[in-house]
Design a protein around this ligand. Sequence first.
Ligand code: G6P
Length: 372
Amino acid sequence: AAAEKGGYPSFMEKEIHDQPAAVADTLLGRADAQGRLTLDELRIDAAELKDVTKIIVLACGTSAYAGSVAKYAIEHWCRIPVEVELSHEFRYRDPIVDANTLIVSISQSGETMDTLMAVRYAKEQGAKTLSICNTNGSTIPRESDAVLYTHAGPEIAVASTKAFLAQITATYLLGLYLAQLRGNLFTGQIKDILADLHEIPAQIQEVLDREGEIKDLARSMSDAESVLFLGRHVGYPVAMEGALKLKEIAYIHAEGFAAGELKHGPIALIDDGQPVFVVVPSPRGRHSLHSKVVSNIQEVRARGAKTLVIAEAGDDAVRDYAEFVFYVPQTPTLLMPLLATVPLQIFACELATAKGFDVDQPRNLAKSVTVE
Ligand code: G6P
């Protein structure tokens, strides 16, 4: 078993360290040298994809947060409305789907019953179904019209890590492919985004090389009773995922919030010493939300919060307001989740380990939930 874990104490830790490869392998062979995406494996007619007027992403758990990240990118690049819904909620609300609706299901296992039932239902209603899946030949891709596999390799730990980054990567390839088909982006633009994506594996490795910083923080916080996570834009689903990891394996109460929502309720939770992670967007870029998030950090800090900041390398402005800062390498805002999630995974894994829990087999949870 030690060999299977690649020398790491747990599958989860191994899988966190597999992430540069998970992203690189998911990108591999999906574009030619000119930067044209070639998703021939999709086995769906390009003409059919061109006519899509709405996308609904269906998933559960971590996979649903990958969908929430995807919404920002696909709407921005393709100008197609994207809804993201939990599979079990979609199925029972009389949703509006037709032949021009593309259902994108996201599932690591390909066997999650809630997602399978939602896909079947959407198909019955005449929608086109595309599966993003990490498990070759599993039920959801078999029952879908099209499939785009993530190449994260087998994920053993119950709490998902490398599959999440591979799912975001795959949805981005899909978004770029749709933009290419529909002419929403120029070839040069797609090529530039692909080049940035190809930088990501080495940048994840840079984060992993500095994991000691976040592990020290995690060990120092092993008696935390509640941890809050804030983010805006793509940082919002990253915050949700950071909170989910902590609930799943460290059994600590954790919540992710949209930072802009703070003043509408969550800020009442802040009192002395409350730890709050804040995912800060890049200060570069024209429509930067950076200053808004920095104000949010100040607001919670003024009420006693212990502010733990994930920011972009070079962002010195956050230092004055943070108890702790972890810097991730520079990348365009849309790609930041592929880097900013990693320290939050390490944090949860190390904190749960410090508490003596089995991070691979958390209580009450299953890797693949095959009942509704
Ligand atoms: C379970 C797992 C989660 C996973 C979710 C969806 O709850 O514990 O880690 O995110 O199912 O699984 P899927 O295989 O459909 O991605």
